[in-house]
Design a protein around this ligand. Structure first.
Ligand code: IMP
Length: 191
């Protein structure tokens, strides 16, 4: 079975990706003995995912991948983007992030936004990037209590509910991360 390290400390992400990667031995950071926080200091989503993947590859020389996601809001010139987790401060508080986002969009009719995930895979020493995007709008108020992050204010195109009102399987089927992972899984199945 192919062995690949998923560079994440987030057990929810690990579970989600394991459900989509049958036939691949997906190894966590904890399994590899890496417990420190991995630096994410790039100014781009691509740069952060590559930085995280290289951090592990440089130490273990094992095939690995990392993901990075941002919410890109059109009326805010692509903000919060690479700063999505820390938009309202270093505490990475989702409630505060949503409050700040809604404040910035107050009175703004252009609510267009998208989530964008980039997965950086280092496979046999070479870099491969896989992108997943879901387009939608930012609602004027919070709706739903599922999910995490900005889910309560993100309504994907073609739906009249937010990600926070969807069950996990429905969200994964159309989400940015789900789409990027599907491309990764396709690659791993062929290589
Ligand atoms: P990460 O790169 O996956 O850690 O994502 C960075 C930030 O983007 C998270 O802290 C969340 O605020 C936000 N985010 C990422 N994915 C999602 C999602 O599926 N729903 C809502 N917010 C998300």
């Amino acid at each position: 079975m192919k062995k690949v390290i998923f560079v994440t400390n987030n057990p929810n992400k690990l579970r989600e990706v394991r459900q989509m990667t049958n036939g691949i031995d997906l190894v966590s950071l904890a399994d590899c003995g890496i417990t420190e926080d991995i630096p994410e200091t790039s100014e781009t989503i691509e740069g952060n995912s590559l930085q995280k993947a290289h951090y592990v590859y440089d130490r273990l020389s094992t095939d690995c991948f990392a993901d990075d996601t941002g919410l890109e809001v059109e009326a805010l010139g692509g903000e919060p983007g690479v700063r999505s987790a820390r938009y309202a401060g270093e505490s990475k508080c989702s409630e505060d992030n949503i409050t700040l986002l809604l404040e910035k969009l107050e009175g703004c009719d252009n609510r267009r936004a998208r989530f964008r995930t980039v997965i950086a895979l280092i496979w046999e020493g070479r870099e491969h990037l896989f992108e997943g995007i879901v387009e939608g709008t930012i609602t004027r108020e919070r709706h739903g209590d599922g999910g995490f992050g900005y889910d309560a204010v993100f309504m994907p195109d073609g739906y009249d509910i937010t990600f926070a009102q969807m069950d996990a399987a429905s969200k994964n089927a159309i989400s940015h991360r789900g789409r990027a992972i599907a491309k990764l899984v396709d690659f791993l199945g062929k290589n």
